[in-house]
Design a protein around this ligand. Structure first.
Ligand code: UT7
Length: 327
């Protein structure tokens, strides 16, 4: 039976850098607080005129080159994002058009910070069922457009960017070995952007007056559930495939907070030097964080053919999941 393998990666991030020092001029905070509580030193921020689907396309092009596929080879495009260009159409069909991928079905997938991981689960299922052979899976986010820069609890965390992966059908023993995804809507208030949908439409003055189209987060509660959930689901995918944490070459957790990365690695008994970590330079880029990190580690040679990667994510919904991938 076929399954998915990650045949190419790419990334594109905005040029503008917002440092912790810049944030100290906007809210009452300090570089010391942000660095020690989150590990974040700077993040990229989309500028006026930057468009999410353009960054998705710019990430997709090197991923397709690395995978040796052209636009007409793609049969499916999945764009994991909760900040698409606009509500209609989805950003994925826009990317499809910009790439000239005329044969591809294209749709957005919103699972907040778990979006790329959810996309991998869906893409692997499509390939296993024979419904797809070559899939472009992008995680892209312009969350800073929805950050309240008067709220020091959230504005220090988020950054923008896009990461792309090309998945191909294979029968080889590398690629996606296992995936598992979960949700718990009871935890919806922990991470939310209440305004802008059909409950609080953006065209009503009270939506803006009540600052509803901005990210809200109960950080402390989220922190604890994130670690617990990622550890649990990581153990599940390992056990399902007959591996233990000792077999894992790289842990790749969603880049939410360096303390979350470290605690997750420690609880899984994976040394922190085997945990992919670029949060200092990008902050939390939500659905983009995993494919951006994957591309960095693949391109600079730290990730080697045959490496076993344990990928795990947690985000709004609540949503979480894990995947075990042989590189
Ligand atoms: O991507 C989806 C998943 N996301 C996450 O999992 C994020 C999870 N949460 C976190 O990363 C952390 O909870 C935060 C970084 C958001 C907050 O860190 P914390 O160590 O949990 O701090 P806290 O919320 O417990 O706040 C401690 C104190 C508070 O002051 P009081 O009430 O103790 O006087 C906050 O008001 O720190 C204060 N504080 C700040 N101080 C300086 C909160 N934000 C800031 C800030 N600068 N930016």
């Amino acid at each position: 039976m076929f399954h998915a393998t990650i045949a190419g990666t790419g990334r594109a991030v905005p040029e503008r850098v917002l440092t912790n020092a810049d944030l100290t001029k906007m809210v009452e905070t300090s570089d010391e607080w942000i660095t020690s509580r989150t590990g974040i030193r700077e993040r990229r921020v989309a500028q006026e005129g930057d468009i999410l689907s353009d960054f998705s396309m710019r990430a997709a092009i090197p991923a397709m080159e690395a995978a040796g596929v052209g636009p007409m080879d793609l049969d499916t495009i999945i764009l994991a994002t909760c900040t698409p260009d606009h509500p209609i159409p989805g950003a994925a069909p826009v990317v499809q058009h910009k790439l000239g991928a005329k044969k591809a079905a294209a749709f957005d997938l919103n699972a907040a910070c778990s979006g790329w991981l959810y996309g991998l689960h869906v893409a692997d299922g499509l390939i296993q069922s024979g419904k797809a052979k070559t899939i472009l899976l992008v995680g892209a986010e312009f969350l800073t457009r929805f950050v309240d820069y008067t709220d020091r609890n959230t504005c220090i965390l988020f950054g923008d960017g896009a990461g792309a992966t090309v998945l191909k059908a294979t029968k080889a023993d590398h690629g996606v070995l296992s995936t598992s995804i979960h949700s718990d809507g009871e935890g919806a208030p922990f991470i939310a952007m209440p305004g802008g949908g059909s409950t609080y439409p953006p065209n009503r003055p009270e939506t803006l007056e009540n600052r509803l189209p901005f990210i809200q987060m109960k950080g402390g509660e989220t922190f604890k559930i994130a670690i617990r959930s990622m550890v649990e689901v990581s153990k599940f995918v390992l056990a399902e495939s007959g591996f233990t944490t000792a077999d894992v070459n790289w842990l790749l957790p969603h880049q939410a907070n360096e303390r979350i990365l470290t605690a997750t690695a420690e609880r899984l008994q994976i040394p922190t030097e085997r945990c992919m970590n670029n949060i200092g330079r990008y902050g939390n880029t939500s659905a983009a964080s995993i494919p951006i990190a994957l591309d960095e580690y693949a391109r600079d040679g730290r990730l080697k053919r045959g490496d076993l990667i344990l990928i795990t994510a947690f985000g709004g919904g609540l949503t979480w999941g894990a995947a075990l991938v042989r590189w």
